[in-house]
Ligand binder design. Structure first.
Ligand code: GCU
Length: 383
């Protein structure tokens, strides 16, 4: 292992302290425990295996990629939306599977002042995307602030892809493409939502106003978990933002406080594949841990944010996970986090390939969080 990676790993262990089990999986080790030392060896021997563990044990296996009957069209375009600030496109994506057909209706806004193609933030939304509705800003989509910074943005409502409720299986894409009864490793709703984001990406690659090399996925809480998994599965996303994603998102499974696998799989079993339930109170038996999910983003840009009052998500554990993902970024010649010491509240670490801050306040996606994400984008991503 290069000296730099070893240093980062030892720093991680120091930081983790007694909370941390000694047997946290090494993100650079292959299935036989051999530690790889080059990016190529990691990509060939570790990445695929890690991804497969997450598929089979946590988020589930997707039965389909871009479906054969896929179509995307712009239903309505307003070149002078928001008082002339942006060009708005209401898009409709349609697809058909063995058990029916479905639709997704993302809304895209391109700043009229920016030179195309424009880097774009894709939000996993809780509500129907409507840039004029106050609920959207409250729901974490501050479109005016995003456009003012010269970025485009597109949002979709995750429930349109697959309903966010325990009995929703029959009404979403998992029913359209899946079999009943579902296999123990069949995809859960988080993976289904990420599949939806990938279908939006399929459209974005065809829109000349969007810089498809610079599309970020962003989500808050359950949508933050989904955004991380989406980008692990789909390497076209060059920047990934996890806002307060916590348990089964950015936070470690083994050592975290607040919500644990037992809580999340009893309240939200349908987010995951059934296999995940066997790790309730047995996180130590997981073949992977969440720092390896963060490692699957490398060498792309990653930003993880926590909040001081969000004990359920456990910001310290999210930070620990970022530290532990560092060796994967180091393998690619990048610094992960710029520091292995938890920064004071509201101080953003923006210099490494992994950005991080812990906002003062509660579990939320605030405009101030967005400003940090865009600062990080300005620094490492925007042309
Ligand atoms: C619950 C759940 C969390 C999740 C959150 C949310 O609190 O336990 O895991 O992140 O909902 O999505 O708002």
């Amino acid at each position: 292992m290069p000296i730099k990676s070893q240093l980062i790993l030892s720093a991680a262990l120091l930081l983790a302290g007694p909370l941390c089990a000694a047997d946290v999986p090494n993100p650079l080790a292959d299935a036989n425990g051999k530690v790889v030392t080059t990016p190529d060896a990691w990509k060939t021997n570790v990445r695929g295996q890690t991804l497969q563990f997450f598929r089979e044990q946590v988020y589930g296996v997707r039965p389909v990629g871009k479906p054969a009957g896929y179509q995307a069209k712009v239903l309505r375009e307003d070149p002078l939306a928001l008082g002339g600030l942006a060009t708005l496109k209401e898009i409709e994506i349609t697809f058909t599977g063995p058990n029916g057909s479905g639709k997704i209706h993302p809304v895209l806004l391109i700043p009229n002042s920016a030179k195309v193609p424009v880097p774009t933030f894709l939000l996993f939304g809780f509500v129907k995307p409507d840039p004029l509705a106050e609920a959207n800003v409250r729901g974490g989509w501050p479109v005016k602030e995003i456009l003012a910074r010269g970025y485009a943005t597109v949002a979709f409502e995750v429930s349109e892809v697959d309903p966010d409720r325990a009995d929703g299986f029959g009404d979403g894409i998992r029913a359209i493409f899946g079999k009943q009864p579902a296999a123990a490793d069949a995809w859960g709703a988080l993976s289904a939502w990420g599949w939806g984001a990938s279908r939006i990406m399929d459209y974005l690659t065809t829109d000349p106003a969007v810089d498809a090399q610079r599309v970020a996925v962003i989500g808050h809480s359950r949508c933050g978990k989904a955004a991380l998994w989406c980008a692990a599965e789909d390497e076209r996303f060059s920047y990934v933002i996890s806002n307060n994603s916590g348990c089964s998102g950015a936070a470690m499974a083994r050592s975290k406080q607040g919500e644990r696998v037992a809580n999340i799989t009893s309240h939200f079993p349908y987010w995951f594949c059934q296999n995940y339930q066997q790790y309730s109170n047995h996180e130590d038996r997981l073949p992977i841990d969440q720092h390896q999910l963060l490692g699957l983003i490398a060498p792309r840009l990653l930003y993880v944010a926590s909040a001081t009052q969000d004990d359920w998500a456990d910001g310290k554990s999210e930070f620990e996970s970022c530290v532990r993902a560092g060796p994967v970024f180091a393998l690619f010649g990048k610094t992960g986090l710029e520091s292995t010491t938890l920064p004071p509240p509201d101080k953003a670490l923006l210099d490494g390939g992994i950005g991080y801050h812990m906002r003062t306040g509660k579990h939320d996606l605030a405009v101030s969080d967005w400003q940090h994400y865009m600062d990080f984008g300005d620094k490492h991503w925007k042309r």
